[in-house]
Design a protein around this ligand. Structure first.
Ligand code: DX5
Ligand code: ZN
Length: 245
């Protein structure tokens, strides 16, 4: 199934002193989802922010809040993030023993459930929970910091997870080091939801952010071109009408 590309700016790269204005700016700039990176200094070697910050910014935009929990344990905090206004709550497969239970708990809170995999984690860990997830998040850097370099090693994993997903209504998200230069490659591999922090919050104005988001979106859509054919079966560049769904 081909799904429209979603761009999810990570506010980890925003100016925290002007966080409210930054949310308004990426909303106006065409962000589809707002990606919120929660780090605990235990599961990952950095501390970011928690549910109170998410609650404070929630009224500033109607966009989907995509909350990426890099915390262990995650289960005791799921309700707090649900109440704070998360729409998607993603836990790491490596963060607890009972992934199936965590995913059930997120859905029981009425939220979309996501599972994330660190770069060294093989895709087999999600084989038996695929019917419990709405989002699979492939980390394309080691989680903990923004501004790291994209790991090419993850392209094969993205492709294999795309095949595992099949026709299920699951979004395949990538996070870490995503730029306009590698967006085509991740989309060609099967990603349909792209997180980007430093590549979006470059420049100062909403217009800069809009140009950055648009460049990533255009590159990702172009990356899908090999999967497009015109009526003669030849690949086309922008053959939307002939998109294979
Ligand atoms: C990394 C976070 C990412 C990060 C992305 O641990 O999960 O969301 O903020 O930032 P960039 O796009 O700068 O790699
Ligand atoms: Zn993230």
């Amino acid at each position: 199934m081909t799904r429209e590309i979603i761009i999810a700016p990570s506010i980890l790269a925003a100016d925290f002193a002007r966080l409210g204005e930054e949310i308004a700016a990426i909303d106006a700039a065409g962000a589809d989802w707002i990606h919120c990176d929660v780090m605990d200094g235990h599961f990952v070697p950095n501390i970011s922010y928690g549910a109170d910050i998410i609650k404070a910014i929630r009224p500033l935009t109607a966009r989907i809040f995509d909350v990426h929990l890099m915390i262990a344990p995650a289960d005791p905090y799921l309700e707090a993030f649900a109440k704070a206004g998360a729409d998607v709550i993603t836990v790491h497969a490596e963060a607890g023993v009972h992934l199936d239970r965590s995913l059930q708990a997120i859905r029981a809170l009425g939220k979309k459930a996501g599972v994330s995999l660190c770069p060294a984690t093989p895709e087999a860990v999600i084989e038996y929970v695929l019917d419990r997830v709405d989002v699979v998040l492939v980390m394309t850097v080691n989680p903990g910091f923004g501004g790291q370099s994209f790991l090419e090693s993850q392209l094969g994993k993205i492709g294999r997870i795309k095949t595992m997903i099949g026709d299920r209504p699951i979004r395949l998200e990538v996070d870490g080091g995503i730029t306009r230069d590698n967006a085509a490659a991740v989309a060609a591999a099967g990603a349909d939801t792209l997180v980007a922090g430093s590549a979006v919050f470059r420049g100062k104005s909403s217009a800069d952010y809009a140009a950055n988001i648009a460049a990533i979106r255009v590159a990702a859509e172009a990356g899908r071109v090999p999967k497009l054919q015109d009526v003669s079966g030849r690949p086309t560049r922008f053959g939307e009408a002939a998109l294979i769904r």
